[in-house]
Design a protein. Sequence first.
Length: 417
Amino acid sequence: MQIIADVGGIPGKDCRGFCKYCYFRKVKEGDPLGCRSCLPGTFGCEQCTSGVRETKNEFIAPFMVINSVKTSIMMGNLREEDVQINLSGGGDVSCYPHLLDVTSAFSQWNIPIHLGYTSGKGIDDPQMATDLISHGVEEVTFTVFSTNPQLRKEWMGDKNPQASLDALKMFSEGCEVHAAAVIVPGVNDGEALRQTCSDLEKWGAKAFIMMRFANYRNQGLILGNEPIIGGVEPHSVQEFEELVRSINQEFNLRVTGTPVCDPENDSPFALTLEKNWKYLDILSEVTSEATVLTSKVAKPYIERVFNLIGASDLVNVVAADQDIGCLITQKDLEDLDLKNLTETVIIPGRAFVHDKKAEEVLSADGVERIVARGPDKLSVDGEMSSTLSREDVLKTELIAFQDLIEAINFFGVRKSN
């Protein structure tokens, strides 16, 4: 079981400056988006205002970080051998000024530590990596971008790129490293990407997470900060999937991509592959009519599942102009053609939409629609899937689609046989 040790931190401030490609760059204060956490009768809450922008979370005092973990262990009645501490924050963990103090305290409990997302920009002396490993850091998720020091300096604002890379090499040799990179076309793809993967493989890194660069609102930049970099056209979803699969074939790394794909365990939406159709018999029968609102990336997969279980006459799948379902907002709902919706609409569980506003917007044509939230996720993305087996992915998807079907049958319009 993982216990989160949140050290706080604000993007851009507590990471020695924004990387050029960071999706928090150019984010400004703004109105709340609305979400499921808003209290009844109110529009806006911490989560959909400052939380999503991560503008308020200063670095946390070390004694508070240590005590929060200690409390979680005690309250959960957990055994130390069953726990891993995930040290993470909104800034860059390597920039947390008390990092060595906190990990030293945790080391006395003999609990393994996962160093959450870090770019290494806070590491001026590679010896820090050795110290962290000696404190019990057994797993590191490291944003590498490129093993070319000049690219890191230019695109990440890394003032000591060679020290960061030397630390990454030490981490790779001494513990389990999951390296990550946002792939910017014409910058760190092509031969630069292959050199990075070659270095990671040589150093002993276990996994490599490839993230498609986002530059437009419908790719996830919902905070009014598009484009992040003018004149850069991100990979299409198909181009990106082909690149992920190519890198996976070329290198001895556990390669995954987000928003697609994981070549090893077939996520996302492994259930749509013919070899896994037999598991669809586990799902309940769809007995009601509803619309499932989702993202452009997920729509064809979800449609295929409902076609395969013989429910396409009851469930129509509609895509908002957004690549990621969790990032669907009220604006995306306002842009929909309401003629395509049935009387019940199931929206993604984590969509940034206020429940009352969603009903108002989706009933603007005079049809009083029921709007309900479905599961948080229907599959897993590349940031999570590298730790999962094929069986884990299938189980996750079956549970999620069963929850979705139950929501359709409960909230939808009942159709008699």
